[in-house]
Design a protein around this ligand. Structure first.
Ligand SMILES: Cc1cc2nc3c(=O)[nH]c(=O)nc-3n(C[C@H](O)[C@H](O)[C@H](O)COP(=O)(O)OP(=O)(O)OC[C@H]3O[C@@H](n4cnc5c(N)ncnc54)[C@H](O)[C@@H]3O)c2cc1C
Ligand code: SF4
Length: 688
């Protein structure tokens, strides 16, 4: 039970007062606060809210907007243990979370947000389920053990099981149904304020974050930004992603040759070309299922085939932005998306709901590995999936050859070893590096594949930059997924203002809580009658253009094993260090300026940049890559051009860790394509 309930209700009704729509208490804020007081909000109550309300209870005079304004800027006040301004800031945020974030809040209708379907799925909805085998029932050995059932691991399982190998796939997370992923607007992968909706679900696996020039700190909760999570569940990030399915461009594979190597960077060419990967891009697009228009974008590599499905129709924002792009002479096209724009492979089409990125799909129309390639692997009868199990070490013999894995059931804590002819590590760029580092032996004391010190380095992701625009007319129709127009013109053309560049696209439908946090113009009132009115006035009139910068890798951006910090099972956890290269920031500013120009040309009456200023902090969360980079030369890479770990027969990597650079686009289609290529090589050549 929260303390001072009457006082709490009164102050929340100042922050969200009644008008044509309910107040905070009418909308159930007290129930919500009560339900979360000992869980998600416990620290907040202990450190700020309880002492703040105790002090507020002693204030004389009316509890009204005037008092809140006075406290809002006060660093201290007689009788207050906490800074009043911190107390008010926390209250304002909680009030907004409650008002905009609670499921079916009256605010949703008030601002014009609709979560549900906008059209028929065109076929019966069938949600995929996958049988999982308990740890105790596994065989003693398999031809191939794959660690991680995400993007790379799912594709590898599909190729190798189809080639006749007995395959065991191990994932740290569980298979989650649509209902288990849930639709919590305040605890999902796009807005993980009070948790996230996949794994890891517990706080027993911290990470250490060590930005340069600052004391390193232990990050306890996996959903905190500095933990740098992707998603730990069957499907990995693909279970809840947006599914933007860009191919890297030909020059993305030869960044060092095209631009030279900037000081203090580890920019390098890939050991393969776009043409080498092209057939595998096509295979990924057809086997997982991408909708798009293969002729639309001027700047792209040769395609041997179009997409298997047409793009979704434009939404309102796309039609507005297309006019602006035309005025600037930019070429635009739909964003290729890993979703069914029409019924396909027994699953329904996208119903254009308002809860796409960060959530599972209500019609199972979003195509991840969990509902495409992993079921195909299982259908061979040769693939076994075990979940809730973490690989703790890759086992090698005296000559360094992989012989299996040592695993632990994270629930029961049962441990066992499983023998394998080949081990493929696909645990995501951070955990792949951690696992290979933790598998050190006497012969390889710095970890497997780390004889030249590259394992864990070159950690990269994507700096995102863009611009918001406020229009006089409506520009949002809230038709999901939302992202539907892009230009690739700036991927290698920033007019000399930066290396590489990035694609720019409009953004996914913003759930109301995200809109309040992220999309209000600077200076907009954020609480009170004016704050409520501002969100109502601007939600459907705000457009957003946004894009990922082709980051310049650095050796100091790095995963190592933390000294002295261990998980609940006694294993050293990952320590993440480094910050972005100045060239990434320079390109970020340049791309941001292009986004603002596009927004102006589209007719926005007010335009502002985001983020402002462009931050240098590490970006290795959802797009993490690069920690086991491939290369021709063992002296400067961790694997060969097919993912074979140098120096260790039978040990391969097939996830985003292999990326030498990460493109100026979303990376997952490249991870899929690489995994197809590497797994085919393994199937063709056998175990070595
Ligand atoms: C909300 C969200 C939106 C995204 N949107 C896009 C998008 O639109 N386009 C795009 O290109 N990308 C997107 N991504 C990123 C994309 O999902 C990742 O790039 C991709 O999943 C990386 O693939 P991977 O195989 O390297 O790792 P993952 O897919 O992360 O798979 C790694 C798997 O390994 C498991 N694992 C980790 N450690 C262990 C261990 N020790 N033992 C056993 N299992 C382990 C994890 O549980 C996980 O399932 C998004 C991600 C998220 C979360
Ligand atoms: S918008 Fe996304 S989550 Fe919604 S139906 Fe379409 S694919 Fe599924």
């Amino acid at each position: 039970m929260i303390p001072h309930p009457e006082l709490v209700g009164a102050i929340f009704d100042v922050l969200v007062p009644p008008d044509d729509h309910p107040s905070a208490t009418d909308a159930g804020v007290l129930r919500w606060l009560d339900a979360n007081a000992s869980t998600a909000h416990a620290d907040l109550w202990r450190e700020i809210l309880r002492p703040g309300f105790d002090a507020l209870a002693t204030e004389i005079g009316p509890l009204d907007e005037t008092l809140v304004r006075e406290l809002e800027h006060a660093p201290s006040r007689d009788g207050w243990e906490v800074a009043p301004r911190h107390f008010v800031a926390a209250l304002v945020q909680l009030a907004a979370h409650s008002w905009y974030g609670q499921r079916n809040s009256p605010s949703w209708e008030a601002i014009g947000y609709v979560p549900g379907p906008k059209r028929s799925p065109g076929a019966p909805v069938r949600h995929t389920t996958i049988p999982c085998t308990p740890l105790a029932k596994l065989a003693a050995s398999y031809d191939v053990v794959i660690v991680g059932a995400g993007a790379g691991g799912g594709v590898a399982a599909r190729v190798l099981a189809s080639a006749g190998a007995s395959v065991l796939v191990i994932d740290r997370g569980r298979f989650l149904t649509y209902d288990e992923v849930g639709r919590d607007h305040l605890a999902h992968h796009r807005f993980p304020v009070y948790g996230h909706n996949t794994g890891p679900e517990d706080v027993t696996e911290p990470r250490v974050y060590a930005p340069p020039g600052e004391p390193e700190r232990v990050v306890g909760r996996p959903y905190e930004a500095e933990w740098h999570n992707n998603a730990m569940t069957v499907g990995g990030g693909t279970r809840v992603y947006q599914g933007m399915a860009w191919r890297f461009q030909p020059d993305d594979f030869r960044m060092a040759s095209r631009y030279g190597v900037p000081d203090a960077s580890s920019l390098a060419d890939w050991p393969l070309t776009y043409e080498d990967l092209e057939p595998y891009y096509t295979r990924a697009e057809w086997e997982l299922g991408v909708c798009g228009d293969g002729r639309a974008h001027r700047v792209q590599g040769r395609r041997s085939d179009d997409y298997p499905m047409p793009p979704l129709p434009d939404n309102l924002e796309a039609s507005v932005l297309r006019k602006g792009a035309q005025a600037l002479g930019l070429t635009t096209g739909p964003v290729p998306l890993l979703l069914n724009s029409e019924p396909r492979e027994g699953r329904a089409a996208c119903v254009r709901c308002g809860e796409c990125v960060g959530f599972a799909c209500p019609t199972d129309a979003k195509n991840g590995t969990h509902n495409t390639v992993i079921p195909l692997a299982m259908a061979t009868g040769l693939c076994t999936l075990v979940t809730g199990v973490r690989a703790e070490r890759v086992l090698v013999d005296a000559r360094g050859r992989a012989t299996g894995v040592s695993v632990i059931d994270v629930g029961s804590q049962a441990r066992r070893q499983i023998a394998a002819g080949t081990v493929i590590v696909c645990a995501g760029a951070i955990e792949t590096a951690r696992l290979l580092l933790a598998s050190a032996t006497e012969a390889d004391p710095d970890g497997l594949g780390n004889r030249t010190g590259h394992l864990g380095r070159h950690l990269q992701g994507h700096l995102y930059v863009g611009a918001f625009g406020l229009f006089d007319q409506l520009v949002q129709d809230v038709h999901g997924p939302g992202v539907s127009i892009a230009t690739a013109d700036f991927t290698h053309d920033l007019g000399g203002e930066g290396i590489g560049g990035g694609v720019l696209a409009n953004e996914c439908v913003k759930v109301p809580a995200i809109f309040w946090h992220w999309a209000l113009a600077p200076g907009t009132p954020r609480w009170g009658r004016a704050g409520k009115q501002a969100v109502r006035d601007t939600y459907l009139r705000t457009a957003h253009i946004f894009g990922p910068i082709h980051e310049i890798p650095k050796p100091e951006c790095r995963v190592t094993l933390a000294r002295g910090v261990r998980d609940a099972q006694g294993n050293a956890v990952a320590r993440l260090a480094g910050e972005l290269h100045p060239e990434s920031i320079r390109a970020g500013r340049a791309l941001q300026a292009r986004a603002a120009e596009w927004m102006h040309a589209s007719g926005a009456t007010r335009v502002w940049s985001d983020p402002d200023p462009v931050p240098a902090k590490l970006t290795a969360g959802q797009h993490q890559a690069g920690t086991a980079r491939m290369g021709d030369d063992a002296a400067s890479s961790v694997t060969d051009p097919y993912g074979r770990v140098h120096g260790h027969r039978g040990l391969w990597v097939m996830d985003a860790s292999l990326h030498v650079t990460n493109g100026g686009v979303n990376p997952v289609l490249t991870t899929f394509a690489l995994a197809y290529r590497c797994a085919e090589e393994l199937a063709r050549t056998g175990a070595p």
